[in-house]
Write a protein that binds this ligand. Structure first.
Ligand SMILES: Cc1cc2nc3c(=O)[nH]c(=O)nc-3n(C[C@H](O)[C@H](O)[C@H](O)COP(=O)(O)O)c2cc1C
Length: 310
């Protein structure tokens, strides 16, 4: 497995399905736990402790107290403990400490090809399932069990949740700063599995390509010549998002029919385009030379230049 940290972060999703019978080696479990312990902690108080569970009988005992059951088929589990002590004066950072440890472990789990889910709400609710798990594991009373992470190979596909768009939650140089938005219709990359309508949607440097998918062909792989891109399948559409690099971007896909479709190339130009004086309704895009009548260049997304008085 050769993934960068960013790939691993972008590929991680909560998995709540069944696990295969494949065991998690003690080596892998330890690597994951070491990643957790390597996380930062407030004033380096290291308030997080971990118990790896790979003994089938103990796992069965734990599962028996989780109601409604989760992670029933997981071949291993990591239980996260915290000691509620202050970092300095009355400042307590234990939640931040164990959250950083958990995220580190979720990423290590992903990197090693396993799946997991951060189960905290389910076990720390009023019925205090966490305390019953702590008793099974002989956890002393000055430690609190706050989370369980199942670890194993996924048996089924992962459900990718819909997340808000970048510009709804993140901005540059101020809160909710408006950046130029533009849309581009670009030629179909054609072929099996997708309708011809493609839209490139760009907000500043952030580019989103939306494909209207015909769901009979669900096993496709997208190829985009940028370092990091995210593919989100929301049912009838596939969104590809990435940061626009300083080179043209080719988007293509391979379907389960093992056909490679011709890439679509597009480039991101924010330069205003001149007006074609011979035709009041059309304009020539300065970036790519295409003649347009719409608000944005259908080839490359350049906005139509403002006319006098606009
Ligand atoms: C503090 C915290 C508690 C969570 N508790 C639960 C839980 O009890 N049960 C569960 O199924 N998922 C739980 N999750 C997972 C979230 O539901 C999940 O991260 C979220 O839906 C986003 O999905 P993603 O992890 O695939 O990005 C928890 C996540 C966090 C950060």
């Amino acid at each position: 497995m050769d993934m960068s940290v960013i790939d691993t972060i972008l590929n991680r999703h909560s998995y709540r399905g069944r696990y295969t019978d494949e065991k998690v080696s003690r080596h892998d479990l330890r690597v994951i736990m070491e990643a957790g312990l390597a996380a930062p902690s407030g004033c380096n108080k290291q308030t997080t402790s971990l118990i790896g569970v790979d003994d089938k009988k103990i796992l069965e005992k734990i599962i028996s107290v989780i109601d409604p059951p989760v992670a029933e088929t997981a071949p291993a589990m990591i239980c996260v403990l915290t000691q509620r002590i202050n970092a300095y004066r009355d400042k307590c950072f234990v939640i931040q400490d164990y959250s950083a440890a958990i995220e580190n472990m979720l990423l290590a789990i992903e990197e090693l090809g396993y799946k997991s889910c951060w189960y905290e709400g389910h076990i720390t609710d009023d019925d205090r399932i966490c305390d019953r798990i702590a008793d099974i594991l002989n956890v002393p009373k000055d430690y609190e069990l706050v989370c369980i992470l199942p670890v194993g190979r996924a048996e089924s596909e992962i459900n990718v949740p819909i997340k808000k768009e970048f510009n709804e939650r993140a901005w540059f140089n101020g809160f909710n700063t408006n950046e130029t938005e533009y849309r581009v219709n670009f030629e179909s990359i054609g072929g099996f599995g997708f309708t011809s309508k493609k839209v490139v949607y760009a907000v500043g440097e952030h580019v989103e390509v939306i494909f209207n998918a015909i769901m009979t062909d669900t096993s496709y792989t997208f190829h985009v010549n940028v370092d990091y891109f995210k593919v989100t399948n929301t049912g009838s559409t596939v969104h590809i998002s990435f940061i626009m690099p300083d080179h043209d971007v080719d988007v293509s896909y391979t379907s389960k029919n093992v056909m490679m479709y011709e890439p679509n190339t597009f480039s991101n130009s924010m330069n205003p385009a001149p007006i074609d004086q011979n035709d009041k309704d059309s304009w020539i895009c300065p970036a790519c030379g295409a003649k347009n009548t719409a608000k944005f260049c259908f080839e490359c997304g350049t906005p139509r230049p403002k006319k006098d008085g606009e």
